[in-house]
Design a protein around this ligand. Structure first.
Ligand code: M6R
Length: 613
């Protein structure tokens, strides 16, 4: 969703702001803008444009300006159409600002401001904040920009990451955070602000992660942070290990393809130092769960959205199988509003790549308030879920830029697999020998994936044959059912082809009516405990003339009788099959979308991190 980048320093900053916005493109946006203070006059100039950054860059080239204090923004429309007048930054009097989040009480604030004679030039909720700051400042000119911002924030309800600057005040940038991420950094006479680390990762790796309620003043000489009560405070500086290159395409056609190919290395990173085949143990100290607490658990409840929800569904199969603890999974957006049954002996686990998804955050907070112990399985370090949960398991996927989740998903699967083994050992349901076997299988996954990624030409051929289909059905059983759903989600989000993921056994309760010789049916049929059942479903599809793409274990000749096309996956233990088949459905979706020429890394209407409800 929206992105912010800000700079105060000695360099002309237009290029830095525009390139920072490029690095935020992956979040999804539909308009963009920059504001820069003129060094001589102190006047703040704006350049904004509807649509993609190319348009903003063209508008900037037509009338260039520069200076050494500025901010930039990419907007994903929530209040008001994606047109230039609604693009950020917004100006009210002397104040110019950019905002991520939603101001919930903006309508009543707007009414008040209009009554007091304030004129609005956009349909956004954000503009009220600019007016409130400017009004506070005009009424009490002795206030600093920071104090005027603080006064305005006292009136606001909702979520925000804000970056504020002002005419005739060209020395500083004020930022604020509440339920929407904001990082700041200082070094070498420059200060940076960003809603996401990649925006300024080329300039610094040492960041302060603002906490909810924090505000900060950024100047060349340094940064001052204030807590929610307005007291000056210290926040730790954290060093990010990602290197800027990991946020670049490195010769791949799309970030998504690069991220698909990175999976063996990122899964290895996620397992590194946490699993020991020799001891048959998984070490997850961040879990902060002892044997006694685990023995007392009445259930585990997962909350997540989108692809992360499919990781949760697979976790249910793995944990129930290995640790024999009851597991429920809930879409976070549903959990919040259904009066869930939670006790002090419930473990609630949020799975989220970004750690900022609004529904997932609200759901895990709710579970915590109802008495559950909470755990986050999160990729982005220091994200809100990671900080608020009682424990956290970081997936080490690195920055995921493509909107479609790939390496984030398979590292989530690595994390939940480790969690299942850990819980199995703590409940005593899994002995050392069994744990060793599972850990061995897990550790082999990256090698299998490497081999699968060596030659992807088959997917290009399949894309040629199937890209014209109007609709796909994906079928799977057991833990291949969530993979079927994930395969369908991947296909629809990046290729815009309708697709549905179904439990194979459910097919004859409805979707079978759709099957004809136009309808490709992707059947996940690796050799495992439900193989024979899936094969019967395959026969049912075949009998109705469906076009079958079977994803099966290499060497399985029986599939040839039914399938039009077969994609072979290596013969791996059932416990780790989801990670391997996930790679297959990702590649299939990618190559079909690539053949169709869609905007794979930033599909229409989608945002990388959904920070609004
Ligand atoms: O950051 P999160 O894991 O919480 O995001 C959840 C979903 O928005 C995300 O997985 C989404 O479904 C992806 N676009 C799927 O590829």
């Amino acid at each position: 969703m929206c992105g912010i980048v800000g700079y105060v320093g000695t360099d002309q900053c237009a290029r830095l702001l525009l390139s920072g916005l490029r690095r935020l493109e992956y979040r999804g946006y539909d308009s963009a803008g920059i504001a820069i203070a003129d060094e001589e006059s102190g006047e703040v100039r704006l350049c904004r444009a509807e649509g993609k950054l190319d348009k903003l860059e063209q508008a900037y080239r037509d009338e260039p300006f520069d200076g050494n204090v500025g901010l930039g923004h990419t907007r994903w429309a929530t209040h008001g159409k994606p047109v230039e007048s609604n693009a950020h930054p917004h100006r009210a009097g002397r104040v110019v600002l950019a905002h991520n989040g939603i101001i919930e009480n903006y309508l009543e604030l707007k009414e008040e401001l209009v009554e007091r004679g304030r004129e609005f030039s956009s349909e956004t909720d954000t503009e009220v904040v600019a007016h409130l700051i400017d009004e506070a400042w005009s009424n009490s000119p002795q206030l600093s920009l920071h104090e005027a911002t603080q006064a305005a924030l006292d009136r606001i309800e909702g979520s925000y990451a804000l970056a504020v600057m002002a005419t005739e005040n060209p020395e500083e940038l004020v930022v604020a955070r509440n339920a929407s991420p904001m990082v700041i950094a200082h070094g070498g006479g420059c200060a940076y602000a960003a809603s996401d680390i990649p925006a300024v990762l080329s300039y610094t790796r040492d960041f302060i992660f603002l906490e909810d309620g924090d505000t900060a003043v950024l100047r060349r000489e340094g940064i001052e942070v204030f807590d929610a009560e307005g007291n000056s405070t210290e926040r730790d500086v954290k060093t990010i290990s990602w290197d800027p290159v990991s946020a670049e395409k490195q010769g791949y056609k799309h970030f998504m393809l690069k991220e698909i190919h990175e999976q063996p290395a990122r899964i290895t990173d996620t397992l590194r130092g946490r699993v020991s085949v020799d001891r048959g143990e998984v070490e997850l100290p961040e879990l902060r769960l002892d044997e006694q607490t685990v023995q007392k658990l009445d259930k585990i409840v997962f909350v997540a959205c989108g692809t992360s929800n499919y990781a949760a569904q697979i976790a249910k199969y793995l944990i129930e199988e290995v640790a024999r603890i009851p597991v429920e999974t809930d879409l976070a957006s549903e959990f919040r509003y259904r009066n869930p049954l939670i006790t002090d002996n419930t473990l609630a686990i949020a799975i989220s790549q970004s750690g900022e998804t609004a529904d997932t955050l609200a759901a895990i907070r709710e579970a915590g308030e109802l008495g559950a112990r909470t755990l986050g399985i999160v990729n982005v370090i220091e994200s809100t879920i990671a900080r608020e949960a009682d424990g956290v398991i970081y997936t080490h996927a690195g920055p995921e830029i493509g909107v479609a989740s790939t390496k984030a998903f398979t590292t989530q699967l690595a994390a939940v697999s480790m969690l299942a083994i850990k819980l199995g050992r703590l409940t005593g349901r899994l002995d050392v020998e069994e744990a060793r076997t599972l850990i061995e299988a897990l550790r082999e996954v990256p090698n299998h994936m490497e081999a699968m990624l060596e030659d992807t030409s088959q997917y290009e051929q399949l894309a040629r044959s199937y890209h014209e289909a109007r609709s796909f059905l994906y079928l799977g059983r057991g833990h291949q059912f969530p993979i079927a759903a994930e395969g369908a989600l991947k296909l629809k989000e990046i290729s815009y082809i309708h697709a549905e993921g179904y439990a194979a056994g459910e097919m004859k309760h409805g979707p079978i009516a759709l099957i004809d010789n136009e309808m490709p049916v992707v059947v996940l049929a690796p050799k495992n405990s439900v193989y024979e059942k899936v094969k019967s479903n395959l026969e049912e599809v075949k009998a109705r003339g469906g076009r079958i793409i079977a994803i099966g274990t290499e060497g399985d000749e029986r599939l040839e009788t039914f399938a039009d096309d077969i994609i072979a996956m290596p013969d791996v233990a059932e416990f780790v099959q989801p990670m391997v088949s996930a790679l297959v459905v990702q590649l299939l979706a990618y190559y079909i979308a690539d053949f169709k020429g869609t905007d794979i890394d930033q599909p229409r209407n989608l945002a990388k991190s959904v920070t609004v409800e």
